[in-house]
Write a protein that binds this ligand. Structure first.
Ligand SMILES: [Zn+2]
Length: 103
């Protein structure tokens, strides 16, 4: 999985194509991620003791990690990222387009 929690990503397919958001959660098992403000679904909730009133709640639903690209500020677009090891052994991700490193 090339996407990490906290990354800014660009959606490349589906209804939210072209939108950007921050990765809130990565589900490694299913290969899905939750992105802030992307792919809202409406959930009908019944009144319960926990939440006083029922109704419709809009909530982000997971999308496939393969539907997004990591946003590169330098390229100002979603890009593919590579991984490499620095001389001190740290592994970093970088933009395959311009070479910018992501922390
Ligand atoms: Zn770049």
């Amino acid at each position: 999985m090339r996407v990490r929690k906290g990354d800014t990503v660009v959606v490349i397919s589906g209804n939210d194509r072209g939108k950007m958001g921050k990765v809130l959660k990565v589900e490694l098992d299913s290969g899905r991620i939750i992105v802030e403000g992307i792919h809202f679904i409406k959930r009908h909730t019944k009144p319960s003791q926990r939440s006083q009133k029922g109704g419709i709640v809009e909530k982000e639903a997971p999308i496939k990690a393969s539907n997004v690209l990591v946003y590169c500020p330098k390229c100002d677009k979603g890009v593919r990222v590579g991984k490499k090891a620095l001389q001190d052994g740290r592994r970093v991700r970088f933009c395959r387009r311009c070479g910018e490193m992501f922390t």
